[in-house]
Design a protein around this ligand. Sequence first.
Ligand code: DON
Length: 562
Amino acid sequence: MMNRTLRFFLINSILLLSIQGTAQTYAKNGMVVSSDRTSSEIGVEILKKGGNAIDAAIATAFSLAVTHPAAGNIGGGGFIVFMNRDGKVTTLDFREKAPLAATPDMYLDDDGKVIEDSNHKTAKAIGVPGTVAGLYMAHQKYGKLSWKELVQPAIDQAEKGFPFNWSLYRAANRFHEQEDGTEFMKNYFLTKKGTIPEPGDLWKQPQLAETLKLIRDKGRDGFYKGSTATKIASWMKENGGLITKKDLKKYEAIERKPIQGNYKGYDIYSMPPPSSGGVVLVEMMNLMELADFKKAEFNSAAHLHLLIEAMRRAYADRAEHLGDPDFNPDIPIEKLTSKAFAQKRFAGIDMSRASVSDSTKYGHPYDGESTTHLSTMDKFGNAVSMTYTLEYSYGSKLGSTELGFIFNNEMGDFNPQPGITNSRGQIGSQPNLIAPEKRMLSSMTPTIVGKNGKPYLVIGSPGGRTIINTVFQTTLNVLEFEMRIDKAIEALKIHHQWLPDQVVYEKDLLSPDTRKILESMGHTFRERYNMGALMGITYDSDKKLMTGASDAAQPDSGASGY
Ligand code: DON
């Protein structure tokens, strides 16, 4: 038998050889970029069969629920931005909802304080999942191939297995060794023999395959009704969760008008509330349109200062105003995304000094991993930008072994303590307080930039509150600094979110000289290894050429095209 170390080395080398990294991938007929290369390839197979960008996104998303369970899911929720071949844009909201039994103070102790981690690490943190309803609605309204054809590849991957990759291998070991981890995650990756698969071994998920078969055969009802709904509801009852069969039956995805902005002749389309992504992105792009980049070259202190001051202002507005629009009918979206508002906001920026975030006002903590983004384009000229999530990496880390998928912990995106906003980052503002059936505020920013009515850039990222900023900088890198998509994705990213009043930056990518200049202007810094995992496509409509690139932060990710 082959020596274990040698086998390890060989598989490692094979996997490394096949990694496309962030090098650009070109295609003329169709492109899919996602967090898992095998899932991107499944999307491309759907395109080759005559499917459109929506079909490819649906098949890729179901596949990611199998291959990238840290964030790919059927137990979470997300958003789609869709530009059709005529340049018309719509969005689908399949964000999770608070269960009917949820209340604004459900995470508080008798003294009115948040019980630590209760909104993230308990069965009560699970929101009513939206993914299956969202993908089903996308198919009903805009799909081309049959629903069955789109779900089947994921079933095959779950049933017959797919090569266990390094990300999964590392996660499996981590969960196995974790003393305070959940039983569900400890056992999640194990083979029938009770062992962790080796990298390259075929990993099978028979329970997940059965759950997916019901979705294949019965559509959304295969998840929200019948035996899956019964099993979810009884698991909730046994484990202290709130979701009932009624919650599941009542869940609906919603089609919404996109947030629209423009930057120097490009049209920007992104996600409206309950995501904060589109509003904050457009506000920041409007601010950038007023900047003079001849005096603020890429990565100069002046450039970074402008980014930070735009972020500070837009995130303060986010915290004050944004929440589920069905519960907050008066969100001033038009004002926040207007050029006139940007003029006023821009006038307050002092190019020689950092502004001060007022600690009596708004702010929010950073998020951990993980969410995932995918971008697709087809030969007909349709494009899809889709981000979906379980909130944390592997969500609540809870699930029913009978069903084989992981539940989200998205309730943690609500403001947990009414009225309490502090400089540590907790927000207590009204628009995002918990209420039955309300959708929690998101930062996911699936975005499509159009030029002359055709897609020009399809982009998005995971990263919690950093998402809006990484999408913002990548978009600016492409539109203003005319960077290639792979360069735009890999370039330095910084993050400021109003409170805490500090700039987070990617280690090794910010010049210490520049940092010192910015520090002398009053900015404070904190380093982080990496930010975001952007998955993007640019399109040259004259040459009909698609260029895709995925973030090197995710070693198993990849752009695939034909
Ligand atoms: O919807 C949101 O904004 C968050 N739940 C996303 C979480 C996330 O991106 C974590 N990942 N990297």
